[in-house]
Design a protein. Sequence first.
Length: 402
Amino acid sequence: MCQACSKPLLVWLASLILFLADAPAAVENLAPAGIASSSSTGFEGPPALANDGNRDGIYANGSVFHSAGGTGPGEWWEVDLGAEFFIDRILIFPREDVQQNSVRDFTLEIFDSTDELAWTGDFLPETTTMDDPWGSSQMSGVRGKRVRLTVKNPNFLPAPNFLTFAEFEVWGSSDPLPVNIAPTATLTSSTPGFGAMIDNGIDGDLAANFFANSEADGPVFHDDDAAIQGFYRLTFPADIAIGEVQFYNRIVNNVATTTTDYTISVLDSADSLVTSQQVTAMARDYDQVLDFGGATGRSILVEETNIGQFLAFSEIRILGSAAPDSGARFTSITIVDPETGELAFSAEIRPNTDYKFQRSRDLTAWIEINDDTSSPTGSVELMFTPAAGVGREFYRLTELGQ
């Protein structure tokens, strides 16, 4: 598999963070168009019910997958997407009418079009999803065709001898993915409580239940006082253009969200409001996706608006789009050679101005690719082959002397 082909891009000009395209890749749930299969089927719950596009977890409503009982460890469910896609995140929605805790101690695997393993991860070795929505974005950027969940031998009791859930969603795109820039922000918040840590809100673990731990400190940010308005703020080192904000809520007791009313705002460098959106979450509303249409600002602020509630959520992900009037931007990227990962960049820059082309893995240490990029017309083509297996990588064009 060409690991380099799955890298989303971030672009930098002077003091502005810019993103790859005017229209970010259309990320959608790819699973319903795929073909599902499983190690076994029982109780009139065939595998296709887990990718039918219906999150309804009431078994009697006919949209819940169930394997046969008594088959023990090694039960699996998978979906073949039909072609290779850039995969951004995987979400699992449980059965709701009874708590069975079957999604535990499992492995996720992503295979490419040649059936080679492109990515794998182990989850929840010591607990379960607690029959609440679960998700992960650890695989974001991986390119794959087939996705499989396999239950391992649970190392704790009681252990169910079957696998059941309502929906398995694979979100991705045929185009390179926009970048989640939340992990690059400086974080401030109302005081964390109950063992939560401030960076739980950007850790890539989308599990909805506070106790569905994939790490010792859990996957959920939770403040410590319901009587004080809770907030969570992400501040970036420069202005950014916000395309999409994904907010994954905490689910409590299989019934309702902890934080039902909140506002997400974009603030400028002077802390003035650019724009905001008010959200009222209903029942088991888990993943809220808000389109900010490229609004440019310096910070994202989440505030709970129902005083008397805690601010508790699983994850916030922030995707960007092209900043307006930047003076320079990458306009396209092409994978020239899938085997080597060679990339071709098209960019618009200021005519007769010298730029340097750089790359980074962490947005702090920048390595120069070349320093003589210029064009009398303002249009340039750039080529680069990333090293294999380096994971996500970022790119920028900066005027010489800045």
